[in-house]
Write a protein that binds this ligand. Structure first.
Ligand code: MLT
Length: 403
């Protein structure tokens, strides 16, 4: 038996019956929500569809032990208790966070159904996730030669284009759970030069160079215009793109980012990090950065996310990480660009972001004409990884609102 990341869900009045207790049917949907959240943070919500199967619930047993009320924070744990060839059973418990009371327990039996409604083997990824081998999937990608550099890029789906620019020191896989549900869009997530599985040139690292690479990438995919979504360092690149290539950008999504250049103190810290990576390699950044990148609740409750972030950081080539640190250290200030942004813009913030405090995201949104602003609760600096479903939903609503 192994426990999957626990999920916390707040009870709202609409979950309760006329007597103020959580309604028994509401529990069923909370258990389901907790399962999907766990899957979203592990192999991704598209894990079943990309394996050509669907998990049908054959039997659901729920035992109710105690009352829960509006305002309670419930903790849901999910454990694999049986695993056959085509079926598996999950045990789920809901406990009141404040006092640990076991409120309800469910056993859900699933059968994996394939084309034609036939029972089909449980996908390995699901076995691995709910079993003892949680794994980080490398994700689908292709290599395209962009400005002489073999660039790893994940291109999914058809429709209008949306380009995802990852943060530091991460790679394109940080987007995988966010982008899975955005069907109807051509989703393009590259590894910036020197990061992930892209080539690592000896030099040529700057925010301008990253943005030129992305324009060349759009050219090579025959894309005239794209929505650009950048997180943190990806946001610095997105602002550079709007400065240099306004006509290629249909709309902007700026997540957990800012427009200001580094202060002298921040530059000194970057120089220290460069020395650290030179001495000990990029893996040394993981312990330093993880507590700043993730909210405390994500650090303690989302082992898959922690593992994924650690793997990205440690897997990044030292030269690429040093190049990115130099690029951010020397980047120009983009504050003067903000007032001139004419495209629809969404600013996304994480309520517990320690690197970009809410005040800073709010002022970013306030400086951009007609920008929308949204705060994702229970997320730190990596909102798309910590809250993929909630973040995907706000992005999807924004995309649907575009002219
Ligand atoms: C990022 O997530 O890209 C970094 O926090 C950006 C930075 O260090 O300024």
């Amino acid at each position: 038996m192994s426990s999957v990341a626990f999920i916390e869900i707040r009870v709202y009045p609409n979950d309760c019956d006329a007597y103020g207790h959580v309604n028994q049917a509401a529990f069923l949907s909370m258990f389901e929500r907790a399962r999907w959240e766990a899957v979203a943070r592990g192999p991704g919500v598209d894990v079943f569809s990309r394996n050509g199967v669907w998990p049908a619930v054959r039997k659901a047993t729920v035992e109710y032990y105690a009352e829960a009320f509006s305002g309670d924070l419930l903790r849901f744990d999910t454990t694999l208790t049986h695993h056959g060839r085509t079926s598996f059973t999950l045990n789920q418990t809901a406990r009141r966070n404040a006092d640990g009371t076991l409120v309800a327990e469910a056993d859900i039996v699933f059968v994996c159904v394939g084309a034609g409604g036939k029972p089909t083997p449980v996908p390995e990824e699901i076995q691995g996730f709910f079993g003892t081998r949680p794994s980080v999937r490398p994700g689908a990608f292709q290599h395209l030669v962009i400005r002489g550099i073999a660039t790893a890029v994940d291109v999914q789906g058809d429709g209008p284009a949306i380009l995802f620019v990852h943060g530091f020191p991460l790679d394109r896989t940080m987007w995988r759970h966010l982008i899975a549900p955005l069907t109807g869009w051509r989703r393009i997530a590259p590894d910036l030069r020197g990061m992930g599985l892209s080539d690592v040139p000896d030099n040529g690292y700057s925010i301008e160079a990253y943005s030129d690479d992305l324009v060349a990438l759009l050219d090579s995919l025959d894309i005239e215009e794209a929505v650009v979504c950048g997180l943190s360092m990806g946001g610095y690149v997105a602002l550079e793109l709007i400065r240099r290539q306004r006509d290629r950008i249909r709309a902007l999504i700026l997540a957990n980012t800012r427009a200001e250049a580094d202060t002298d103190e921040e530059r000194a810290k970057r120089a220290e990090m460069i020395e650290l990576v030179e001495r000990q390699g990029s893996g040394a950044l993981a312990d330093l950065l993880l507590p700043k990148l993730l909210a405390p609740s994500s650090l303690s409750a989302m082992p898959q996310v922690v593992e994924h972030v650690r793997t990205m950081i440690a897997g990044n080539p030292d030269a690429g990480v040093i190049g990115a640190l130099g690029a951010m250290k020397d980047r120009r200030d983009s504050v003067e660009v903000l007032g001139k942004i004419e495209v629809p813009t969404l600013v996304v913030a994480g309520r517990q972001d320690q690197l970009i405090p809410l005040k800073r995201s709010r002022s970013l949104a306030d400086s951009i004409p007609r920008a929308q602003y949204t705060v994702i609760p229970e997320a730190g600096h990596l909102t798309p990884m910590e809250q993929p479903i909630a973040t995907s939903r706000v992005i999807s609503e924004f995309l649907e609102s575009l002219p």
